[in-house]
Design a protein around this ligand. Structure first.
Ligand SMILES: [Zn+2]
Length: 162
């Protein structure tokens, strides 16, 4: 695999992972505030309670597909969601591009970014939910970290390629 192909694959992976974390971050913020379980198979509209389809949960894209409104009750969706998802996408891809020769650095920057933002949503009444949220993002970032480490070792034979 050429260096450029490897770069493109990881660039796309970083963008998808980043925007997915952005979407999940919005969900976690909401569920920590409302003291709701963080892990659930149902994703619902907070206004009408209708279960959302997978098509309505694609970060950034769904907001435009739905023209900024719930498909079922037509309640406007806050632009906070697509903006947060886009900000995560930009942050994750940029840090990857800048530090791609030092995967440990961009992986730590990703992790501390989301942890820092989550801690800012602190709500002492729902501390247990917040700790659950931190635990979940730790698991996700550990999984992606191991995946990147394996790919770097397979392609470059090192975690610190020249
Ligand atoms: Zn709705």
């Amino acid at each position: 695999m050429s260096d450029y192909t490897f770069f493109l694959i990881l660039l796309i992976t970083s963008a998808v992972f980043g925007t997915t974390m952005g979407a999940y971050f919005c969900t976690m913020q909401y569920r920590i505030r409302e003291n709701l379980p963080l892990v659930t198979s149902d994703c619902i509209c907070p206004a009408c309670g209708h279960r959302l389809l997978l098509l309505h949960q694609i970060p950034v894209i769904s907001f435009f597909l739905l023209k900024g409104k719930c498909r079922f009750c037509h309640t406007p969706i806050s632009p906070h969601y697509p903006l947060t998802e886009a900000a995560f996408l930009v942050y994750y891809t940029f840090t990857y591009c800048i530090f791609r020769r030092y995967p440990v650095i961009f992986l730590l920057l990703w992790y501390f970014f989301i942890v820092g933002l989550l801690i800012r949503t602190k709500n002492s009444r729902h501390l247990r939910r917040l700790l659950n949220g931190l635990w979940i993002v730790t698991i996700y970032h550990t999984i992606i970290g191991v995946l990147y480490a394996v790919l770097y070792l397979a392609v470059y034979g090192s975690l610190f390629p020249k």
